[in-house]
Design a protein around this ligand. Sequence first.
Ligand SMILES: N[C@@H](CCC(=O)N[C@@H](CS)C(=O)NCC(=O)O)C(=O)O
Length: 341
Amino acid sequence: MSRDEEEAGNTAYGRRAFKRSKAHFTDRVTADGRDGWPVGAGRYRLVVSRACPWASRAVISRRLLGLEDAVSLAVADPVQDDSSWRFTLDPDGRDPVLGIRYLGEAYDKRETGYPGGVSVPAIVDVPSGKLVTNDYQQITLDFATEWSDLHREGAPDLYPRERRDEIDAVTAEVYEDVNNGVYRAGFATGQEEYETACAAVFRRLELLAERLRRQRYLVGDTITEADIRLFTTLVRFDAVYHGHFKCNRWKLTENEVLWAYARDLYQTPGFGDTVDFDHIKRHYYQVHTGINPTRIVPLGPDLSGWLTPHHREELGGRPFGNGTPPGPVRDGERVPAQGRP
Ligand SMILES: N[C@@H](CCC(=O)N[C@@H](CS)C(=O)NCC(=O)O)C(=O)O
């Protein structure tokens, strides 16, 4: 949630439903450079928080597509301060490539006095230090389609042309009721608003479970953008959405199909190796003081189940299509032990 959303939440929420703001910086990095930002190896830095579901989409795509050498990664402290996302995990609290302490400095370089919030994911142009885009809906689609010259050998096609209509349709529903639905439930300030959002979350999850009962992935028989987008919410479900956001009709671990589907993806290289449960829990429970004033971070849930067999391979499917899984996580990008099961 960006700062302006949070402000809206503190004022008009009793009467108005939670509304996610649109990304303000929507330039695209493309093969032909039509917005002034051509794809180029080493030119851009992807700034994320591993806590953030929208940013995590980009971290997963980057791994699956093998864009690690092309786009470097900056991981912000999961707990923002009053000046928002900061690089306190790095030596001297500065991002070593951009040389800045706060992501907001790259926003300022792009547009002085921008009144909106600073959000992740963000792509920053390294030579100028300027923010290029914070348009999380577009970044992964562009990684999949515009950056193809720089994909690794064996990279999967995450947004296959012949499946785009189906992917767009399913991701629209997943966005509305699941990705953003949990936030609508979590930040509701009235009983009715909460109940409507929470009911929609579970109604949609049950429909998705039906769809996934007999097919391994959401669209076609390979991993696509649609799976990445559902995964980033499911992997956070029991850790933060069930308790902190009150989406508690059932836990992910209690839904046989979705729990197996989420474990299958978690155990696929490029998914689970990007997830930091410690960052996820500290961010949600410590930052949203409106809904958790004590800032206490719960000890649970038990994470060991994420590594148990899922048996989804019995449904067939070819995770990477004609491609191959990504190689090991780069040195310096491994999730610390405290964030893993
Ligand atoms: N609403 C964001 C989408 C991404 C987003 O909400 N990211 C969150 C983290 S999960 C964020 O950076 N929020 C700003 C903040 O919490 O200060 C946008 O407008 O681009």
